[in-house]
Design a binder for this molecule. Structure first.
Ligand code: ZN
Length: 616
């Protein structure tokens, strides 16, 4: 089955409104400056230096390149180009492209080949650089020849991420459709790659040990494996991803739509964390799954992860990030003694340059740009709004130039203005995905019946304006351990905890932490030991903070709730981690009006709370 929808490119999509501002913040923050401040990118072997020569530069480029082209920023584009030119110049005569240094090819983890091939495909989509088809051909032909002669070994990351290179192989097959070896390579990659079916039992209880088959980033990436590989393999799509995702969520689900992984699967407790790489890779998998299947559940899950888990774990200025975020997170100072994380360090949840490990430092940048690139998709009969963030799409339909512009502050507001501009009358259809949580739907101010998609057509020359409105309610949703979380559409809400921030500047192993790219410890200063005193939630739209979409100080949307203090208690042995569940659910005082913040805005927060038992 060919993909139901096709991705558009940065040549067609221009960000506007809040998503443009979010991308600008990213460009002004760590991702936009990583080549200046972080040795593993600045001095990488990928560009002739002596630092890390495996996944970090490709990870960074995977976000930095679409960021540069979506913002159409000359400085960013020039810096991206410098890296790509270096990488292409170092491609060896036989096609090998990775800087394996003293490591023999047979011992080098071939995950880097998959990754750089994917990144060069992302780069091609942004630039149409004519060198790329041949570069990719030589990379994969060489890979194929090494694979069939045991010149490389399929193991570790390369084995568990066998599907990642298919993003590039799909394109290669379009360019070189007569080359039979591409199909054979695809088959061999699947055969030698990990079959995750064999490990499903091990996802049901935390193993408390580090394994590749419960590794949260592998889990997030592999969800797209069938969607990206089945066409090239000539196999039917069976929605394997649903089978995997529903099992992962049943035993490890978080309210954000992520599964716990600190850094391997960690169960349902609200104080287990999940890794930032897992967040952005899950988004990328959902984007592919939605495009491939057209099934709206994937787009709804994408929104939930993107609007909650992604902003929550990165600072307002996007200079600092966590490795692990927790849904009940009362403090972000290093833990004393052994952490309660399964396989991560005691500082994994502090905000900083590279808490725990530097993969997320280089990889987090793909989140927002790829979301913007998934906002609209091409359909058989026109365009579809997949994720309604504000962008302008300039493309053509059957030779007629068309522009579709969406202005909205969604998910903070629920109104949408679409403008379709066509030079001539066009038969193009505009489809708009409607989330299942929408209860009332209006078009141009008129109530219409609820449906999965709105479809518009018959656009005359000139401009057509369509306004759409969503109506839905805030509600408490049940979580494991008889806890509840507040949800309003795609946004989760949490009780924000006030905090003081301590800046930590230091140098470790030659890597400098210096403001703004230093570590930040958040110490909670307000009570967090509450339960819901009632199910009543009311929504308030506020002005927000200029220029920071997910402001941690002044969110543009809040919920009002009634809470009561309860005796919750700390996790045994810890001074700054709350217990998994409260000691008692009995209300210690009467209902108090409290304000809940969007989860993505609340850096310290309680997201999963009990409904209290009344006194007396
Ligand atoms: Zn990571």
């Amino acid at each position: 089955m060919a993909s139901v929808y096709q991705f558009l490119t940065s040549k067609e999509i221009s960000p506007r409104g809040w998503i443009k501002r979010q991308l600008e913040i990213q460009a002004e923050g760590l991702c936009g400056n990583l080549d200046k401040v972080w040795p593993d990118v600045r001095d990488s072997q990928w560009i002739g230096g002596d630092r890390e020569g495996w996944e970090r530069v490709p990870y960074w480029l995977d976000g930095f390149i679409p960021l540069a082209y979506l913002l159409d920023d000359e400085d960013l584009k020039a810096r991206a180009q410098r890296y790509v030119d270096h990488i292409l110049a170092f491609q060896e005569a036989d096609g090998w492209i990775c800087p394996n240094g003293d490591t023999p090819r047979a011992e080098y983890d071939i995950w880097a080949v998959h990754l750089i091939a994917k990144v060069l495909t992302v780069y091609y989509d942004c630039t149409r650089d004519e060198r790329i088809p041949e570069v990719l051909y030589r990379i994969w032909k060489n890979f194929y020849e090494l694979l069939i002669t045991d010149g490389i070994t399929v193991r570790k990351w390369g084995q568990f991420r066998w599907f990642e290179g298919f993003i590039a192989l799909i394109r290669l097959k379009e360019w070189y459709s007569d080359e039979a070896w591409i199909g054979d390579l695809a088959k061999r990659l699947k055969e030698t790659g990990t079959n995750y079916d064999e490990y499903m039992e091990s996802w049901k209880t935390p193993l408390h040990k580090w394994t590749l088959y419960t590794h949260v980033v592998n889990m997030a990436m592999m969800l797209k494996s069938e969607a990206v590989s089945c066409d090239l393999l000539g196999e039917a799509y069976t929605d394997l991803a649903e089978r995997y995702y529903s099992l992962l969520m049943k035993y490890n689900g978080m309210p954000t739509g992520c599964f716990t992984g600190d850094e391997c699967l960690s169960g349902l407790s609200p104080i287990q964390g999940t890794e930032l790489c897992g967040v952005v890779e899950l988004m990328y998998s959902f984007e592919w799954l939605y495009a491939h299947t057209g099934d709206k559940k994937w787009a709804e899950r994408l929104e939930t992860v993107a609007f909650n888990a992604l902003p929550a774990t990165i600072s307002d200025d996007m200079w600092a990030h966590q490795y692990d975020q927790m849904s009940n997170q009362i403090d972000c100072n290093p833990m004393r003694g052994n952490p309660h994380f399964n396989t991560n360090n005691k500082d994994s949840h502090v905000f900083g340059l590279e808490p725990n490990y530097g993969c997320c430092t280089s990889n987090f940048g793909q989140g927002w740009p790829k979301l913007a690139l998934s906002s609209f998709m091409r359909t058989r009969d026109g365009l579809l709004c997949a994720v309604p963030v504000p962008v302008s799409v300039s493309t053509e339909w059957k030779g007629v130039p068309v522009q579709v512009t969406l202005d909205t502050a969604y998910p903070f507001r629920n109104s949408f203005t679409y403008r379709v501009k066509a030079e001539k009358k066009t038969g193009m259809k505009l489809r708009i995905r409607i989330p299942s949580f929408v209860k009332e739907l209006t078009v141009n101010g008129e109530r219409v019946s609820k449906r999965n998609q709105l479809v518009f057509g018959g656009f005359e020359a000139g401009e057509t304006v369509i306004t759409v409105g969503y109506g839905f309610e805030a509600k408490l949703e049940a979580r494991p351990y008889q806890l509840y979380t507040a949800r309003y559409g795609s946004l989760l809400f949490a009780l924000p905890i006030s905090y003081e921030v301590k800046m930590k500047e230091y140098v470790r192993e030659g890597v400098e932490r210096k403001a703004p790219y230093c570590d930040y410890y958040y110490k909670g200063t307000s009570d967090w030991n509450y339960g819901y005193a009632s199910r009543t939630l009311t929504v308030e739209e506020r002005d927000g903070e200029d220029g920071i979409p997910f402001s941690s100080h002044a969110p543009s949307l809040v919920l009002h709730a009634e809470l009561s203090h309860i005796d919750w208690g700390l996790l045994e042995r810890f001074e700054n981690v709350c217990a998994k569940v409260p000691r008692s659910r009995r209300a210690l005082d009467g209902p108090q009006p409290m304000v809940l913040y969007p989860y993505g805005c609340a850096k310290l927060r309680m997201t999963e709370l009990p409904i209290v038992k009344k006194n007396g």
